[in-house]
Design a protein around this ligand. Structure first.
Ligand code: HEM
Length: 477
């Protein structure tokens, strides 16, 4: 008994020290130096911070929204900021439209602050800041996200989409996420660099997976870590596109016909001062666009098949709309056809809202920032919790219900940020919407499908996904 007492006396303070380690280490010095009041919260264990709680809610319980709801219950709604420690850094979580707006729009106070900038490419648009970002972003948007590019993309992706759908129905039973990744990569490979060879696409698939894992990993770089492997993957992906780029230069020298793809477009484009992108800028941005666009679009396609199988009335209305444009054009659709489908655009928006591909986006504070009496300290990360907006009944009525008609009215200001916001809003948002819509057009007119496991559970990491990755039986109509 006495021994037990003394063990408790020794262990309890140690446990308390560990339990609040990050608060003592990061929050206490901030308060002692009278730099201001920190948002409420708990920063967790040394090194791990609140990662165990995050995994508890996202992975074990399968109730991702309770990660934030638990904070709301404990600390109140307050100003929508909570302090924590995630992914190896002291972090402020921002979860109301006004707090998120502050972070995404005040570029001089918040920057990307990548832990390992080589992994996203030092000259890519996601890595550069200020005027350099505006310049590269302008060129990239022209090349992938504006009507001229979208017209070209619509035509280029269709043969890949129709071939993929045919092969799905030949096999009868498929896993949609796996197949959506293949068709998305085939479309990206073709439009980005005229790559059609299957083994090159398979290699790219593996390399992109490696890079994405590295982006989500702890920032520790030595052999055996995810980050180390990811950096190798990035170098290999760059090498594939460098080879293509060199071929283009030789072709340019021999004045033969240029290819009509993104690589060529980025090589030729000039900024306002008349300057072209350097070779490295072209390559960094191509790889970045693939990493940013590949999984996100594939996941959206997967959810499209899932929700349309679950909501036959929506599918019926969609079919009626697409039969009208199909009668006009036969097999192929144009960008203008797709843009004219008003109901489709609501369905696609609702699919992307429900998909919640990006739980949060991250910035780093470049100075101490005051917000409603609280401080966001310089050097801390800020996680803008986008998912919280899209699953919150305050902003979306019955938020977990799939209801394309909610888009008869626009979303409340600042509450719909699936593509982020401010100067770094997704540079491929129209591309993604288009890719999903084109696939839907050919799918709903030519095929019927049903879910093999309609009541399967959900997993939420690395992104929300039915546990069977949407297994379907599909046949041609
Ligand atoms: C449903 C599909 C997609 C979703 C949900 C999505 C989501 C997002 C979000 C939330 C951001 C903001 C990141 C931040 O603020 O840190 C972003 C940025 C970005 N996205 Fe997407 N994205 C999608 C598809 C695509 C596609 C298809 C491409 C390329 C073809 C793309 C390229 C980019 C790029 C380059 C940025 C960085 C922009 C910048 O820093 O200026 N995305 N995306």
């Amino acid at each position: 008994m006495e021994a037990g007492f003394w063990v408790a006396v020794a262990v309890l303070p140690l446990a308390a020290l560990l339990w609040w380690w990050n608060d003592y280490w990061y929050a206490l010095p901030f308060l002692l130096r009278r730099r201001g009041k920190l948002p409420p919260g708990y920063m967790g264990l040394p090194f791990l911070g609140e990662m165990p709680a995050f995994l508890w809610y996202f992975k074990l319980l399968g109730r991702p929204d309770d990660f934030i709801n638990a904070k709301r219950r404990k600390y109140g709604d307050g100003i929508g900021l909570y302090r924590t420690y995630l992914l190896g850094s002291p972090t402020i979580i921002a979860c109301t439209p006004s707090a998120i707006k502050l972070v995404l729009q005040a570029q001089s106070s918040f920057e990307m602050g990548w832990n390992t900038v080589e992994l996203v490419g030092t000259t890519s648009l996601v890595a550069v800041e200020g005027a350099a970002h505006t310049r590269v972003r302008g060129l990239v948007l022209r090349a992938v996200n504006q009507p001229d590019a979208l017209r070209k993309i619509t035509l280029m992706v269709q043969p890949r989409v129709t071939a993929a759908l045919k092969s799905w129905s030949h096999r009868g039973r498929i896993t949609v996420l796996k197949e959506a990744k293949k068709v998305t990569l085939a479309s990206i490979g073709k439009y980005f660099a005229s790559i059609e060879t299957e083994h090159v696409l398979d290699t790219l698939d593996d390399l992109v997976k490696g890079i994405i894992n590295g982006l989500k990993s702890y920032p520790i770089n030595f052999p055996g870590t995810a980050l180390h492997y990811a950096l190798q993957c990035r170098r290999k992906a760059m090498a594939i596109f460098r080879q293509e780029l060199e071929k283009r230069k030789q072709r340019e020298a021999s004045a033969s016909v240029p290819k009509n793809d993104l690589l060529e477009a980025l090589m030729q484009m000039k900024d306002e001062a008349g300057n072209r992108l350097s070779d490295n800028e072209v390559l960094d941005n191509i790889v970045t666009l693939i990493v940013a666009g590949f999984t996100s679009t594939s996941v959206a396609i997967m959810w499209a098949l899932y929700y349309l199988a679950k909501y036959p009335d929506v599918l019926h209305k969609l079919r009626e709309e697409h039969m009208l444009i199909s009668k006009k054009n036969g097999d192929s659709v144009t960008y203008e056809d797709i843009a004219s489908c008003k109901y489709t655009s609501k369905v696609v928006e609702e699919i992307i809202r429900m998909a919640n591909v990006s739980t949060f986006v991250v910035r780093t504070a470049t100075k101490d920032v005051e917000y409603k009496g609280y401080k966001i300290p310089k050097g801390w990360k800020v996680a803008c919790w986008l998912r919280y907006l899209h699953t919150n009944p305050e902003y979306f009525e019955d938020p977990l219900c799939f209801n394309p008609d909610r888009w008869n009215e626009p979303a409340k200001p600042g509450s719909y940020l699936v593509f982020g916001g401010g100067a770094r809003m997704c540079a491929g948002n129209m591309y993604a919407r288009l890719q999903v819509s084109v696939l839907l057009h050919h799918l709903i007119l030519g095929y019927r499908w049903k879910l093999v496991n309609p009541n399967v559970g959900m997993s939420y990491l690395p992104h929300p996904c039915p546990a069977d990755e949407v297994e379907i039986d599909i046949t041609q109509i």
